[in-house]
Ligand binder design. Structure first.
Ligand SMILES: [Cu+2]
Length: 315
């Protein structure tokens, strides 16, 4: 996006553009220069004008020139690219953490307070660090207006960070062919003022009304308000996390301290799963995805959640 104020959409735009225009400019000059020289030689030394060929053994000065100049041009291109790339590897310590979960064929952005959104909503002038998680194949998070792109590789911990500097909406694409509907895998970054963002962010924790009166109704409402259903389903469908269907009392293979063990799903296990999600990792599911709910869920809430889980057995 081209700003009229001279402020660029992200902190990477100016270094990126400098490198891009320098390389494109040098390439264009070389193309024009080489084409003109070639046409001149064809004309000047054709058989009619120059019937007897001259054998040239070499020209040291010329050879040094056409070695040294391109070496410096290429090194300078490298320097520009390096200078633009280097800051991408060092996110500021105070950056806001967001996790993107990519899957065939959508992005989901998950915030530290549990809020989730298919669009990336960020506050102006706040560094944002995005942890990149893929549920299936390799995807790539590409924000052209921010001049940033990174592959999202299943099983590998990666991140990208940027500083949004201009209010507005920008396109996000998946830039790695990931199957049939790859071309529909796009989204939007919405950069809003800090005040607007705070309002949006705070809407997350609103309690959801209890609907129904069954034994699990209170637990279900808590889970709805905490956004658990974005990753877990009650009906056996595997989303980002395991389904809750028939979970209660079942045997689960989990990874604890890197070792596979089999446990029975009991109150302690549920509590640990919710408060320390990375202590026990359900086999076949990614770690570091579920956040701890220590600050938002009480022991009483967990008891209600368990009541709800019990209602999902052999439904
Ligand atoms: Cu994709």
């Amino acid at each position: 996006m081209y700003s009229t104020t001279g402020i660029e959409a992200s902190n990477y735009v100016s270094t990126y553009n400098t490198a891009f225009y320098f390389i494109a400019g040098v390439s264009l000059l070389l193309l024009i220069g080489l084409t003109i020289t070639m046409l001149y030689f064809v004309f000047r030394y054709n058989r009619k004008k120059n019937p007897v060929a001259t054998q040239i053994e070499g020209n040291t000065a010329l050879e040094i020139t056409w070695t040294v100049i391109p070496v410096f041009l290429a090194l300078f291109m490298f320097h520009l690219g390096w200078a633009g790339w280097k800051p991408t590897a060092k996110p500021p310590k105070d950056a806001m953490n967001i996790t993107v979960v990519a899957r065939m064929w959508s992005f989901l952005f998950i915030y530290e307070n549990g809020k989730q959104s298919p669009d990336l909503i960020v506050p102006l002038n706040t560094p944002v660090k995005i942890n990149l998680v893929s549920m299936d194949v390799i995807h790539s998070l590409f924000i052209p207006d921010f001049r940033i792109k990174s592959d999202i590789i299943p099983g590998r911990q990666k991140f990208m960070w940027f500083l949004p500097q201009l209010e507005g909406k920008y396109k996000i694409f998946c830039a790695e062919y990931c199957g049939l509907q790859h071309s529909y895998m796009h989204s939007t970054v919405d950069v809003m003022t800090q005040e607007k963002f705070k309002k949006w962010y705070a809407e997350a924790a609103k309690p959801v009304a209890i609907t129904g009166t069954g034994p699990g109704a209170a637990g279900e409402a808590i889970m709805r308000s905490q956004g658990c259903f974005a990753c877990h389903t009650p009906d056996g469908t595997k989303l980002i996390g395991p389904s809750y269907l028939n979970l209660w009392g079942s045997q689960q293979v989990i990874l604890r301290d890197g070792k596979e063990i089999t446990i029975t799903v009991d109150p302690d296990y549920i509590k640990r799963s919710v408060l320390e999600p990375n202590a026990d990792i359900t086999k076949g599911f990614p770690a570091n995805l579920m956040q701890s709910y220590r600050s938002t869920i009480t022991d009483d809430d967990i008891a209600k959640i368990i009541e709800y889980l019990k209602t999902l057995n052999d439904k």
